[in-house]
Design a protein around this ligand. Sequence first.
Ligand SMILES: Cc1cc2nc3c(=O)[nH]c(=O)nc-3n(C[C@H](O)[C@H](O)[C@H](O)COP(=O)(O)O)c2cc1C
Length: 444
Amino acid sequence: MKVMVGVSGGIAAYKAAEVVRALQRQALEVRVVMTESAQQFVQPLTFAALTGHKVITNLWPQTGESELSTDSMDSSIEHIAEAQWADALVVAPATANILAKFAHGMADDFLTTMYLATTAPVLVAPAMNVNMWEHPATQANLETLKQRGVRVIEPGSGQLACGMVGPGRLAEPEFIANAVLNALGRSHDLAGEVVLITAGGTREALDPVRFLGNRSSGKMGYALAEAAQSRGAKVILVSAPSALYPPAHCELVKVTTADEMRAAVLSRMSEATLVIKSAAVADYRPSIVADQKLKRTGPMTVELLPTEDILAEVVRRRKPGQLIVGFAAETENQLENGRAKLLRKGVDAIVVNDVSRPGVGFDSDRNGATFLTASTAIDLPEMPKRTMADRILDEVVGLRRPQSLLVELSGMESDAANIVDSQSEPFDSGIQPPISTRRQIMIE
Ligand SMILES: Cc1cc2nc3c(=O)[nH]c(=O)nc-3n(C[C@H](O)[C@H](O)[C@H](O)COP(=O)(O)O)c2cc1C
């Protein structure tokens, strides 16, 4: 979805870059329009670099520019095109001046003209000196805008840039991004849920400087963490080494080895209402870890021992109502293999990654998969991982809907211990199944 960010000319204009980034983290396409005053505070280039689009700075063509130049965003008809392009307009920061102009229908620059031309939801995040904020004129303008359906993202209280204390601070960028998501209809359908997500590829030491690892970047798991959080969940992200920054406000538990991941997951899983195991966990570790760096002395044989099967333990320890979603990497017969594993392992759903296709999967920003349950196979064609994260969560939320009656059967025999985590599937370690586990069967 596409969001136009209006930046007006207050001291908080520099924070608009954080707002843009927070929106981009939600997989929204962002463009920026700046008022003339805003350009006194921040260079348009900053936003152009962030968004990859020329920043709109003027209603009129600049000297020497053709009005009809397709290269120019400064065309006098552009406000109509942009008004139609945007699924939402958010002004952050919104000055007292821009609120007054919006309230009175003035249209003397690009932002104010676009405001009148758009039928998309409009949000304003005011930021100003406390006296300006409390002035009856500003409050009356806000009231007018609210009555017309403009959503006001209330400023926070505290020390203001002008040195005074009180309301007037721009709301936090993440908060603004969430308000935009709500306006776009992305609901907080995971509010009240605690989601435990594993991500990244574990590392098993060979010696003090070397390890056995895999190509997982953690991108899918981190995207899931961000998506779950933006839908209102509390997120515990158990992450093997990854170069990524975790989403703000999610609890990050850093681990390195499969054993550490197992300990972290088992110690936190009782808090979770939903467990998503997207990490690529090693199936084997070297039986001996050398104390000193190994020297090249000719051919070498390394003995490998199987690691513990984390997902099997998670399924064994599941609480009533806890949903468990696994990931699997398949290179052939995705549906048959995926469905067989799902039933054998007793998880609620498996996301089967097609790792045979180039350009998707490991270390890529894109993924293609199938979301498998006992009775359904939903194709998730190639798309950005952040978009896929939301699609996966859409399906997970669907599992909680009342039309799907979940019957829990106790004491059924299953081979849940054969469940292996995510991409490590093809290297199944052949551990024998337990004789007593619980399995959920979905009756549509
Ligand atoms: C240093 C400085 C800081 C300002 N900070 C704010 C502010 O935080 N909020 C605000 O509403 N106006 C602020 N103003 C006033 C606006 O810049 C002024 O009202 C301007 O006309 C706003 O234009 P615009 O709404 O078209 O961006 C500030 C002015 C200056 C010179």
